[in-house]
Design a protein around this ligand. Structure first.
Ligand code: ATP
Length: 214
């Protein structure tokens, strides 16, 4: 199957989360309009995505929830799963470790790294922290292919370079510093400060807007 667009993958991940919830509530079939309604998108979009991954439900009953979860899994996941590392075990790094680990059987945070020797050897949500000097050996040893960056922005670029040289294939960058990395490495950037500032800007009342331009 050819590569699917980013937005489609995002929606497939959202469908799966919703379908897992449905299953836990005992719902075995779901119509496209129900999925669409839950995710605030159009039923046409849902049907298009589902057709794209080669599934068709029955008109009468809708989609088989369990089958869809399995099918989406074959697209998003790999059979053996992926090992993930978190670099930077500050407040954000620790929160991410606790939040992500155990949520997806095919994505496992298997190590964390920090330059602070005080943190070496500690366990957070069952994940061991290694000193940064062990980055390359641990990546190889633990077959880590994805890295989540939660270090300060000014060291992000140099850590990313080391990760790529060590064989990492994808990076989720939570630092405020945009990364410039080779195109064969998949990069997803998520700058929380920019996101909250966007929300703050769009939540300004008309009065506040007038005031700021006076
Ligand atoms: P956070 O920003 O996640 O809330 P914090 O305020 O505790 O954390 P930061 O200064 O942002 O700390 O650093 C995040 C983590 O990154 C810290 O644990 C710090 O020790 C670690 N760190 C700093 N520089 C490096 C580096 N070059 N390599 C790896 N880890 C680093």
């Amino acid at each position: 199957m050819k590569k699917l667009p980013d937005k489609t993958i995002e929606r497939l991940s959202m469908y799966r989360r919703n379908l897992i919830l449905c299953l836990s509530q005992g719902k075995k079939y779901i119509y496209s309009h129900e999925l669409a309604n839950d995710l605030h998108i159009t039923p046409v979009q849902v049907r298009r995505d589902i057709m794209l991954i080669g599934y068709s439900g029955t008109l009468r009953k809708g989609y088989d929830v369990e089958e869809m979860i399995k099918l989406i899994g074959t697209i998003i996941d790999t059979e053996q799963g992926k090992n993930v590392a978190v670099i930077g075990v500050g407040n954000l790094g620790r929160a991410i470790i606790s939040y992500i680990n155990g949520k997806r059987s095919k994505l496992k945070i298997v190590a964390a790294f920090d330059s602070d020797s005080e943190k070496s050897g500690k366990l957070y949500a069952g994940v061991r922290v290694f000193h940064l000097k062990e980055l390359e050996t641990q990546i190889l040893e633990k077959n880590i292919s994805i890295a989540i960056l939660t270090v300060p922005g000014d060291v992000a670029e140099e850590i990313a370079e080391r990760l790529i040289t060590a064989g990492i294939k994808g990076i989720l960058n939570y630092t405020p510093r945009p990364l410039n990395i080779p195109s064969h490495i998949y990069l997803e950037e998520y700058d929380m400060i920019t996101s909250i500032e966007k929300v703050a800007y769009h939540s300004k009342s008309a009065e506040e807007m007038n005031y700021s331009y006076r």
